[in-house]
Design a protein around this ligand. Sequence first.
Ligand SMILES: [Zn+2]
Length: 501
Amino acid sequence: MSEDQELGITEQKEYNPGEWYAEVVEKAELASYAPEGMGGFIVTRPRGYSLWESVQDNLDAWFDETGVDNAYFPLFIPEDYLEREKDVVEGFDPEVAWVTHGGHDELEERLAVRPTSESIIAPYMAQWVRSHRDLPLRLNQWCSVVRWEATETKPFFRTKEFLWQEGHTAHESDEGAWEETLTRLDQYQRLYEDVFAMPVMRGAKPDHDKFPGADTTTTVEALMPDGKSVQGATSHNLGQSFAEAFDLTYSDEDEAERVAHTTSWGLSWRALGALIMTHSDDQGLVLPPTVAPEQVVIVPIWQEETKEEVLQYSSEIAAELEDDGVRVHLDDRDERNPGFKYNEWELKGVPLRLEIGPHEVDDAEVTAVHRPDGEQTTTERETLVEDVEDHLDAVFAKLYAAAEETLEENVREADSPEEIMGTIGQHGGYVRTPWCGDEACEAAIKEKVHAEIVAVPLDESDIAGDHRENAHRAEAIHEEGDECTVCGDDAVETAYFARSY
Ligand SMILES: [Zn+2]
């Protein structure tokens, strides 16, 4: 193998998506595996972490605009706190990692490493809320949580420890909690669509797959090119069940003591996995300019006698773009030839490459190349800054359009259980079909083809406001008198079946 081939991606996305994904993550320097004996853990490298920081920057700005404050709670949760949650939730028991010793001493009460933080946040919210004037209370925490699931490690998709944010809010009324639930779902959808260039399908989880204790679990689902769905983020209207379990009450204007209504909502670094998997290709990582650590790379092409003028021209352009706020990198390494540099920056997912040789200098031009499809255009030196902005927008639009096509072409219908299974087996994607609402009908499909009901339509008609009006959403197709496609009973719902990550 030549050096170039070893550095590059050897697996093909279409035929070996699992191996291909692992190779992209590793070779684009996003993450490494943790030391032996720590299966399920990964090391997030700076290029990977910067993607997470862009998630944080965007969500934090939107959270801030909508009344959320960040806070931080301990990594450990006392066992009796977790027990309290069991009034509502079956619990994460088998998945919980426990601390039993501090130094040499055995702890009197073992401590759980948080699998999620409701059970430690809710009691404090209960202390802090006294009257209706303390509501709404909106907290968010950026942290990692641990769930000890024995699974094969897949960076960002399946790891025992993962980064996420978890929001927890309390409200006076059910309407307040429901509006909150949808506001956060809007923000998650906005992150995927406007930042990640990924259309997602907005919906709800079927009753049997809601967050335990929740009234409604809402979700945004992203369809991967291999036909599997990724649960992109969830936002839960918890009703009063958690508030009752944790005595989260407030005194109303009439002095009466009332139980609050709560929500929780979270997005994990699985979003990065979905981002990487959606856009990347057999040359490596592909990123939208919105999140790319470098939006533009300049590769100068010189001979000994043209080196000085080419580098001079290139660095002027780099400075100009930087002044305009573009994240630009000038690759002026001596020891690498231009072809090597092209491959390396393609592998790392830089959205736009500017090639500058002596001809470009003479003609006061620059050659611009789009990462996703290699489209090459010549642009004038004079209008370069505007043109680069247009090119970056064009790259974003190309990525979005391709992802949207995947989503729109892969929602199908089926008239029999065989057809549901056959369609998922052959094409993947979503199969939407009338459903009776019974989990047993999902189990029948799940057993055969590992597909489950990832979404049902979300009814938001009772809440005013533009909740991503033109967004993709799970739609109801069942009508009065329709039968469940699996069992033949009356259909009360439309189910979206898919295999999922
Ligand atoms: Zn049925």
